[in-house]
Design a protein around this ligand. Structure first.
Ligand code: ADP
Length: 398
């Protein structure tokens, strides 16, 4: 049995595990859902039969059960050699992944005010894994770290400066692990080095963000203080007029209700009144459902506007990349977005766009396009496993 690397991603009521071998080939994955509730359950890989968890199972109990299942199936004979954790907010403290010790745990706790829904739950995963594998080096990989290279002009809001100094109000950006992976892959496909690669990376999943990457580093991104800013997402509104808050208050809406509506009832779901799932929306639009068509139009137009805005942040451009569930799978959304960007000289090949999976270089632009356009599947788990293994190998006692 080979050495393994375990990747842990804790959501508020979920736990995702991925298991890699020491050559970073993925061996298994597992997902526990509805944690803390009576009907908590888990699933291994794509198996249909759910695994039972104790009613009300905690993150820690789910971790124990799933590790036990990995062992029973012969996927993991001993403790992993490294564990990597996805952590949402690293504030200005973390510019890169960090080997977890007490001071790192304290720093993640200190960033919790910036991500109250995410950091505490990420920490519960860290604590559960530390108690299960106390001697294994564990690494925190932050969604915000890749964006710590943003220049001031891109991260400062035009608000009283004391808000930044006293409370850390600035743009942080998220999805950093995905955008960082994308620039490595883009460089490989374009036969360049990451440090000389400049791209615009559009990560379009349930959460969506666009990042401008100049010479391998993030120089602008669409998400801000929180992951609510920017593009239209599954249930998140993205940008709205800040004047909306005052207006809604005058209508009697409390702050927490505004927060919930913009985060959970906005975006594609809010506009369509039907679903946050882009594939279903496309089907509904094809059947003449007007609100679904509007949702798609607003999604693609906002995305095109942001890609246009990101053009101001790159001096040269090696390519525009689509990734995430929507970016990787929807030729329609890619086409409609690019149609809004003709002024910049982007042009897709209909054939390549519709059949990109059949070509290994990821390219979907037509011969007349001013810039390459690529579809690259993202792989945040692999990126986390890679960082965790690297830091573990550099640990003297590992
Ligand atoms: P998450 O951000 O939760 O990881 P994903 O990256 O898996 O989400 O993206 C999920 C989104 O991708 C959903 O809106 C889903 O409908 C969309 N998607 C997946 N396949 C297609 C497709 N063929 N056409 C349109 N949308 C798709």
């Amino acid at each position: 049995m080979e050495d393994t690397v375990l990747v842990v991603n804790c959501g508020s009521s979920s736990l995702k595990l991925a298991l890699f071998d020491n050559r970073l080939q993925k061996q298994a994955s597992a997902l526990a859902e509805r944690l803390g509730q009576d009907d908590a359950f888990a699933r291994l890989g794509h198996e249909d039969t759910p695994l039972t968890l104790p009613p009300g199972a905690s993150h820690s109990q789910a971790l124990e059960s799933l590790v036990e299942v990995f062992r029973e199936r012969g996927l993991m004979s001993s403790a992993p050699v490294a564990v990597g954790h996805r952590v949402v907010h690293g504030g200005e403290t973390f510019r890169e992944a960090a080997l977890i010790d007490d001071s790192v745990i304290n720093a993640i706790e200190n960033c919790a005010a910036l991500a109250p829904l995410h950091n505490p739950v990420n920490l519960s995963g860290i604590r559960a894994t530390l108690s299960q594998f106390p001697d294994v080096p564990q690494t925190a990989v932050f969604d915000t770290a890749f964006h710590q290279t943003l220049p001031k002009r891109a991260y400062l809001y035009a608000v009283p400066e004391a808000w930044y100094q006293d409370w850390g109000v600035r743009r942080y950006g998220f999805h950093g692990t995905s955008h960082a992976y994308i620039v490595l892959e883009a460089a490989r496909l374009l036969d360049k080095t990451p440090a000389t690669t400049s791209i615009i990376s559009a990560h379009l999943g349930n959460g969506c963000s666009v990042t401008a990457i100049r010479d391998g580093i993030s120089v602008d991104t669409s998400m801000g203080l929180t992951p609510l800013e920017g593009l239209v997402m599954g249930t998140r509104s993205g940008d709205v007029d800040p004047g909306l808050f005052d207006f809604l208050a005058s209508k009697g809406m409390a702050a927490d209700e505004v927060h919930r509506s913009l985060n959970q009832r906005g975006g594609l779901l809010g506009l369509s009144g039907q679903t946050n799932d882009m594939r279903t929306l496309c089907e509904l639009a094809d059947h003449g459902h007007e609100p679904s068509r509007n949702a798609i139009d607003v999604f693609c137009f906002r995305l095109a506007r942001y890609i246009g805005a990101m053009m101001a942040s790159v001096k040269e451009l090696d390519g525009l990349v689509f990734t995430g569930g929507i970016g990787e799978n929807s030729a329609r959304i890619r086409q409609q977005t690019i149609d809004n960007l003709e002024i910049f000289g982007y042009k897709l090949s209909t054939d390549l766009n519709n059949h990109h999976g059949e070509y290994s270089d990821g390219r979907i632009e037509s011969a007349e396009s001013r810039y390459p356009v690529l579809v690259i599947p993202t792989n945040e788990e692999l990126m986390i496993a890679r960082e965790a293994l690297q830091l573990a190998e550099n640990t003297p006692n590992a």
